[in-house]
Ligand binder design. Structure first.
Ligand SMILES: *Cc1c(COP(=O)(O)O)cnc(C)c1O
Length: 239
């Protein structure tokens, strides 16, 4: 079922990604993170077969089960390669150690306390954590992430932590049909990344993780380098 869905949906998404890049006059690629939350391990396998190498989940527990299922069948894959797993949802500090064992990239570093805990546990594990700082440029209450008021200082503090490699910023647009408001959120996030560079904050990359099924084309027009797509690839989630 998922193979069939991807055969149908992925080329359409890829076309739209290319068109959005062209509209923005951008060359360079956008990384597609296939969000498999709410879908079983079959969705991950189908994504891998379709050539997708980045998979997103928003809960530690769910990926724990899914990775076990995925890896049980992995010997069948002669290459021994596996997807890079991206954590895109809020991470509780008491799950940091487990999360570091499971995920390759954490998009949702949304507080200094979490960042410090990640840094500490990464040092203990002897391996730096690859991360993005989640920002809430609209200041909307329901969204996670660093708030606008002192965000530059906060990003600087996160970037200065040992064993924590910050590749850029992540954001979510507000739930609204107002395209202008969505666009403002994405452009403000891109500007924030530029301000970080101007302030000599030593980020390890210039990634912008922005855009979901409903707004990825706008996000790409505004500079996104990583889009996180679930529904448009795999259909509605059960939960
Ligand atoms: C669920 C989720 C997505 C994917 O959402 P879709 O609308 O299904 O594409 C992207 N980013 C985050 C942070 C999510 O929680």
């Amino acid at each position: 079922m998922y193979d069939e869905l991807l055969r149908r949906n992925l080329p359409r998404v890829e076309e739209r990604v290319a068109a959005a890049l062209a509209r923005a006059g951008r060359d360079g690629a956008v990384r597609l993170v296939a969000v498999t939350k709410g879908h079983g391990v079959a969705a991950v396998r189908a994504a891998w077969s379709a050539g997708i190498r980045d998979v997103g989940e928003n809960r530690v527990q769910e990926l724990e089960a899914k990775r076990t299922g995925y890896e049980a069948a992995a010997p069948a894959d002669a290459t021994g390669e596996r997807p890079a797993w991206h954590l895109i949802g809020h991470l509780q500090r008491n799950k940091v150690r487990r999360a570091l064992k499971l995920f390759d990239v954490i998009h949702s570093v949304d507080s200094l306390r979490l960042a410090r805990e990640l840094s500490k546990e990464a040092a203990r594990a002897g391996e730096p954590v690859q991360a993005l700082v989640q920002v809430n440029v609209s200041g909307e209450g329901t969204k996670g992430g660093f708030e606008p008021s002192r965000v530059i200082d906060d990003i600087a503090a996160v970037a200065a932590l040992p064993e924590l490699t910050v590749h850029g910023l992540m954001t979510m647009a507000p739930f609204t049909d107002d395209e202008a408001e969505i666009r403002r959120t994405f452009s403000a996030t891109r500007e924030l990344l530029e301000r970080c560079a101007a302030a000599d904050i030593a980020l390890s990359g210039r990634d912008l993780s922005m855009g979901m099924s409903s707004d990825y084309e706008i996000a790409i027009e505004e500079g996104s380098t990583m889009i996180r797509l679930g529904t448009i690839l795999f259909g509605e989630r059960e939960q």
